[in-house]
Design a protein around this ligand. Structure first.
Ligand code: NAP
Length: 280
């Protein structure tokens, strides 16, 4: 697996297997299949409600813990210093581990300042190797970096051909925060896998459009978390290191950028209410 270096000299794998929206009863099998297919990194979150099953799958796989990169995310209702410490301990227990490779603040809502203080302390004691945030826009990110000693190692944000995030990416690079993509396929919305521009590039390299999308992220040096519950697609999605897009391909894909998410607006009060109301 290829890695990107983080600002604390730790690293993050370019490819992670995401377990969002995989039902608990299906998670263990999906994760075992992903590990068998060659994934070495699992992207999890408290609000995915399947951390226990991920922990079981890892135990069942027999793969040594240090050979797997584990990420989780602290949910809004667990924000604040004390609650974050408690929630991270529960995550560790559910995942059957005594450390995480990466812990992110899942959303820029609630007392995330308190949470970040907790993350810093947990990192100093070695429980969290790397820390970061998710869904933070540039303004919130710079504010956080100006008020803490530790610059977040990662900001995981939606990054897809529909929402390419060039400006945010450049800004994160300047701050020394690694940009990680979530949902690179936009869940296949608006026939993304059949998009003519992606199909043309895919044909040229004899790859699938899914592989072109993931390779496009690698060529932009953006690690990502992607998901399939189908074994064949899991394999397809990691078989992307035998080709490379050129500048022209990347320029072509740029035409698909809508400049905003097809799913969510983090500045919409309704989003803020919805996420604050999800109590876990
Ligand atoms: N930080 C955040 O707030 C946040 C938010 C959302 C997601 N995430 C992370 O990002 C991960 C990925 O996002 P996601 O799960 O929403 O969606 P995604 O990976 O963008 O897309 C998943 C969809 O694409 C399909 N798919 C996958 N590979 C394919 C292929 N090769 N060909 C055709 N279809 C394919 C899957 O169907 P099948 O399963 O049927 O193959 C599924 O419907 C999550 O699991 C999570 O780890 C983070």
């Amino acid at each position: 697996m290829e890695f990107k270096k983080l600002n604390n000299n730790e690293k993050i794998p370019y490819i992670s297997y995401g377990v969002y929206e995989i039902k608990p009863r299906k998670t263990e099998k999906a994760v075992l299949n992903a590990l068998n297919a060659g994934y070495t990194s699992i992207d999890n979150a408290q609000v995915y409600y399947n951390e226990k099953e991920v922990g079981e799958a890892i135990k069942e796989s027999g793969i040594p813990r240090e050979e797997i990169y584990l990420t989780s995310k602290n949910w809004v209702s667990n924000s604040g210093y004390e609650k974050t410490i408690k929630a991270v301990n529960k995550t560790l227990q559910d995942l059957q581990t005594d450390y995480l490779d990466l812990l992110l603040i899942h959303q820029p809502y609630g007392d995330y300042y308190g949470s970040y203080r907790a993350l810093q302390d947990l990192q100093k004691e070695g429980t969290l190797l790397s820390i970061g945030v998710s869904n933070f826009d540039s303004a919130r990110l710079v504010d956080l970096t100006m008020n803490f000693d530790i610059v977040p190692q990662v900001n995981q944000i939606e990054t897809t051909p529909y929402f390419q995030q060039y400006e945010s990416s450049e800004f994160m690079n300047k701050l020394g925060v690694v940009h990680q993509s979530w949902g690179p396929f936009s869940e296949g919305l608006d026939k993304l896998f059949k998009n003519p521009i992606l199909l043309e590039i895919a044909e040229k390299y004899e790859k699938s459009t899914a592989q072109v999308i993931l390779r496009w992220l690698i060529d932009r040096e953006i690690p990502f978390s992607c998901k399939s519950v189908k074994t064949k697609r899991m394999e397809e999605n990691i078989y992307i290191f035998d080709f490379k897009l050129n500048k022209k391909d990347i320029e072509k894909i740029r035409e698909l950028d809508r400049g905003k998410s097809p799913f969510i607006d983090y500045n919409d009060p309704e989003t803020v209410v919805e996420f604050n109301e999800e109590i876990i």
